[in-house]
Structures are given as C-alpha cells and as structure tokens.
Design a protein around this ligand. Structure first.
Ligand SMILES: [Mn+2]
Length: 160
C-alpha cells in the first residue's frame, strides 16, 4: 500500500503541515498544489520521499513548471494550482481540461475549499488549505490518498 499526503495553500505558514506529517507518520510522497510563498525548499525536504509541487498565483518567483503531469500507480494525474481554470467560479473548466488531456485525476488548490469528487470519467481533488481555510467549518484540511496493492484509490479528507 502507498500513502500520499496532498496539501495546498500554506502561504508561508507551515505549522499545521508539520503537525499533519507528524500525525500521519511516514508517507511515501507528498503533493503541494501551490501558494507556498517562498517555502519551496523547506517543503521539498520535509519527507525523505518525493515531493511534487506546482506554483500558485502568489508564487511569483518560482522557476518550477506551472503544471505537472505525473503517473501514480498507472493513473494519469494532473497537478495544477487551478487559477488558470477559474476554479473559484465552478469546476466545469478544469473538469473538461482534465478529460481532454486524458487525465484520470486532477488535483488543484487555490479556492482554500476541499473537494473530493469521484466520477467515472474523472476524479477532482482539492485538499483545501491547511493554513487558511475558507469553507464553512473552518477546518485546516489535507487529503490522504491511499493506493492499495491491488491498485484501488481512496481519498480521505483530514484536518489538523
Ligand atoms: Mn492561495
């Protein structure tokens, strides 16, 4: 089994992310979906395993590519901050983009509001913000993605 921690929009405040990592124990990889505001190097070193990150609309000086397409257990996964697809309005544009590009899963941030939308065609994932949540319950959220040995994906929304 593989466990991946998905997080976004830390905006220079990493305390809750450290707490989440401590709580979760070892994870195999971490995905950060942008708006780190200069903490890229620190986040890169937070776990021994791979860290995938994309810049957000507040990461002006980042040299990283603006999106990443990666493969996880045979699935095509698009990592993007989401602001190019107007995700604050609705999820239609990003959903269509993901389908058009042959993605199985699209992960994004930007809205500071968590989403786990699993459909036959595509899965949309937003871990919310672990530092500055904007959804009703005000919880500082992240997502743990588990991939079983038989290749089954599950997503669990968690909070610190
Ligand atoms: Mn943000």
């Amino acid at each position: 089994m593989q466990r991946i921690l998905i997080v976004s929009d830390t905006h220079k405040r990493l305390g809750n992310l450290y707490e989440a990592l401590e709580k979760e124990g070892s994870v195999d990889a971490m995905i950060h979906l942008g708006d780190l505001e200069g903490d890229e190097d620190i986040v890169n070193e937070m776990i021994p395993g791979p860290v995938y990150m994309v810049p957000g609309n507040n990461d002006y000086y980042s040299q990283a590519p603006r999106e990443l397409e990666i493969q996880i257990a045979g699935k095509n996964v698009l990592l993007t901050h989401g602001h190019y697809y107007y995700v604050s309005l609705d999820l239609q544009t990003i959903r269509q983009e993901g389908i058009a590009r042959g993605m199985d899963i699209v992960m994004f941030g930007h809205t500071h509001r968590p989403v786990i939308q699993v459909e036959d065609e595509i899965t949309l994932i937003n871990p919310g913000s672990i530092s500055y949540p904007r959804q009703q319950d005000g919880k500082c959220t992240y997502i743990i993605m588990e991939i079983s040995d038989s290749g089954e994906f599950t997503f669990e929304l968690k909070s610190v």
